[in-house]
Design a protein around this ligand. Structure first.
Ligand code: ACM
Ligand code: ZN
Length: 513
């Protein structure tokens, strides 16, 4: 398995799955029991009956498990005891039970390899995560992925004991979520005329389109929840909004006309922060988003918002004067206007009992200078450099570690590496150097795939695997036990499992050991 289990003591016994094996589960653990039954079905050729038996896998809740752990660790911890007659999986919550089921799944793939009987090795395990927030982000804006692919990604996240799927749903190049109050967002905003071609002007003329109906989005939320995963939606604002502007040009500073972008990069046209209709639009959209997604967090984007339109826009300038914003060193009046805009939206989100997340450009620039002053209630997603997460924590924010150089799995440079270097880039991601009392403001670790150059499921999985196993090591594993060489056999096992499930994976480092 990957990461290493916190504590493991092995015995010589093993639990052999056979025709009489059953699954017994507490009432609250029926979903986890169902997941276990599905996982075991290929080994025994039928669904295991859910009933008591002499030779059974037992799933139990026990509030006393995990005494002494931090509250979030207790919430997700599980124990396993495997003897010849019983597999006993104990957890404090249903989420912990899911993690235990996934550990059993990871103990099994060698069986495929050996073609031998389906046996679980005997022993005792006690396991819990290092961080409470363990996420993967998929950009469905630059390219659209069907629900079937999104579900496959969720299955993959569950296997790696992540608990969060961050779903990037709006972009310059495509708006991907049905919003009933603003139908043009998908009628117009979900279609573009083509995509850029490297080294050439213009685009390829091949249309790209697609969006998720609200019903489909709810289906994804339910599918993820049944696997212990929370879906966090992202509506990226006030930048990366060209598809929304193409749909409703009156939301921009110039009034358009605008087109859904057929180029990539950081575009100048953004939402106008000086029109009250803009905030109304954002709040209306978020009403529907919060109704679909029950997540604790709502991601508001906030990244890569050029200020050229705001500098020239009479409405934005009037708003700056009205708010009395004054530049302070690198904090320009327009940067502070963005802080104000983000605060209006995050206050709205908070009034609905949620917390907001924003990319850390709302706080720091590429020179690591603090340029914004958003509300401390917003969680900073530190993508720009590893140090940007440290800065966010020192400025008093909760933060998520997701540095572009290490955990952007779509990065071309990362994907061109071979052998050990390919793995090391993720494995060696430098977690922020903070004091123990500051560390607890790091909520967790997130990896991202941006889909500018990924338009197929196979390519997406190839970028994701096997490095998601290394991401999981950073998110879940004991930092004191991290060891590159010791991880390689576990990675090998994961790769066998990917192959058995028909998931494409990158063989750049397949032969290391
Ligand atoms: C980002 O990569 N623009 C968050
Ligand atoms: Zn404006």
């Amino acid at each position: 398995m990957s990461p290493a289990l916190r504590t493991l003591s092995e015995t010589d016994e093993s639990f052999l799955l056979n025709a009489g094996t059953t699954i017994e589960a507490d009432e609250a653990l029926q979903d986890a029991a169902g997941a276990l039954s599905t996982l075991l079905e290929p080994y025994v050729g039928r669904a295991l009956p859910l009933k008591a038996g002499r030779h059974s896998l037992v799933l139990r809740l026990d509030e006393t498990l995990g005494e002494g752990l931090k509250p979030f660790q207790k919430e997700e911890c599980y124990s396993l005891e495997v003897t010849a007659d019983k597999v006993v999986l104990t957890a404090v919550t249903t989420l912990g039970a899911f993690h235990g089921v996934q550990t059993l799944a990871k103990a099994l793939p060698a069986l495929w390899q050996a073609g031998a009987c389906a046996a679980l090795p005997g022993g005792k395990v006690m396991d819990y995560p290092e961080y409470p927030y363990r996420a993967f982000m998929l950009d469905c804006g630059r390219h659209f992925f069907p629900v079937s692919t999104v579900k496959k990604v969720i299955d993959i996240l569950a296997l790696h004991q992540l608990n969060t799927f961050h779903w990037h749903l709006s972009e310059d190049q495509g708006w991907r979520l049905e919003i009933k109050k603003y139908p043009r967002l998908t009628e117009v905003g979900s279609r573009r005329a083509g995509s850029p071609v490297p080294g050439r002007e213009g685009h390829d003329g091949v249309p790209v389109s697609g969006f998720y109906t609200q019903e489909e989005a709810r289906e994804v939320v339910a599918y993820a929840a049944a696997r212990g995963i929370e879906v966090i939606p992202e509506i990226d604002l006030p930048g990366h909004m060209k598809a929304a502007l193409a749909s409703y040009p009156e939301l921009g500073c110039t009034g358009g006309p605008y087109e859904v972008a057929c180029e990539y990069g950081v575009l100048d046209d953004v939402l106008c922060a000086g029109r009250k209709e803009t905030l109304q639009f954002v709040c209306d959209v978020l009403d529907e988003v919060m109704d679909i997604f029950p997540s604790r967090y709502i991601h508001l984007g906030g990244d890569e918002c050029p200020k050229v339109r705001w500098e020239a826009c009479p409405r934005c300038q009037a708003q700056i004067r009205f708010l009395g914003l004054k530049s302070q060193g690198k904090r320009t009046r327009e940067e502070l206007l963005q802080s104000w805009f983000m605060d209006q939206v995050s206050t709205y989100v908070e009034a609905h009992g949620r917390r907001s997340i924003a990319w850390n450009d709302v706080l720091v620039d590429w020179g690591n200078d603090v340029i914004g002053a958003p509300s401390k209630k917003t969680v900073m997603a530190g993508w720009m450099r590893p140090v940007s997460t440290e800065i966010a924590v020192r400025e008093g924010y909760d933060a998520i570690f997701c540095p572009v150089g290490h955990l952007y799995l779509s990065s071309r440079e990362g994907n061109e590496l071979r052998g050990e270097a390919y793995l090391r880039r993720v494995f060696d991601a430098p977690l922020p150097a903070l004091q123990a009392d500051e560390k607890f403001h790091i909520l967790g670790v997130e990896a991202c795939i941006w889909s500018e150059w990924v338009d197929q499921e196979d390519l997406l999985l190839w970028e994701l695997l096997p490095r998601l196993a290394l991401v999981s090591d950073l998110q879940w594993g004991d930092p004191a036990a991290r060891d590159f060489k010791a991880m390689l056999p576990r990675l090998e096992r994961m790769q066998q499992l990917y192959t058995a499930r028909g998931w494409k994976w990158n063989e750049a480092a397949a032969t290391l050991q």
